[in-house]
Ligand binder design. Sequence first.
Ligand SMILES: CC(C)(COP(=O)(O)OP(=O)(O)OC[C@H]1O[C@@H](n2cnc3c(N)ncnc32)[C@H](O)[C@@H]1OP(=O)(O)O)[C@@H](O)C(=O)NCCC(=O)NCCS
Length: 184
Amino acid sequence: MIRGKYVTLRGLELIDAPEIVRRYNDLEVRRFLLSVVPISLEEERDRIKRSWELRRKGEYYMFGIELNKPKRLIGTCGLERVSHIHRRAEVSIAIFNKTYWDQGLGTEATQLLLHFGFNLLNLHSIWLAVFEDNRRAQHIYGKVGFQRVGTRRQAIFRDGRYIDMYLYDILAEEYRHQLERGTA
Ligand SMILES: CC(C)(COP(=O)(O)OP(=O)(O)OC[C@H]1O[C@@H](n2cnc3c(N)ncnc32)[C@H](O)[C@@H]1OP(=O)(O)O)[C@@H](O)C(=O)NCCC(=O)NCCS
């Protein structure tokens, strides 16, 4: 477990699947994720089981985001496409319970992922992709030290039109520099 002040990143259990399915099938949550197609309970159970296999191989570390008080699963996040040759990984995150948006919890969960990636997995670079209109997510990525490094133009078809996908990354040395300055 990776414990922060307000949230803890923990392994997912099959028993978490119903809450995840119920919340992720809310289109307001899914509209900023890659698939808008609703998921079933069985699919979510499979996804959790597959994430355990990938974790054993060191390719994907998926966590539940649990509120510390009261203990409650409010989202999931992870480092995926982990390459131990290039020492890089991609961030994914969603606070699927909207009641908890805009309370600083996504920021803390992202900081915990960076700590996990840089300090525990010894990664060199962590990156992510975010939709052009997902201003809330872009705000937190900038706040924790990611830089916008590129654009995949018209990469996503949503709501009847193509939108851009922005690429962000942060290097280990930048992360460490921020820690020294006390801003991470
Ligand atoms: C994106 C997400 C993880 C952020 O988590 P969160 O807990 O709501 O984020 P936080 O409360 O830590 O921070 C939100 C920040 O965005 C700001 N914000 C909110 N709406 C905003 C907007 N429209 N434009 C700019 N900033 C905005 C808030 O003021 C806050 O900043 P502050 O703390 O400096 O005041 C969460 O909203 C979510 O899961 N959304 C749906 C799925 C998703 O978008 N995942 C990311 C895919 S790349």
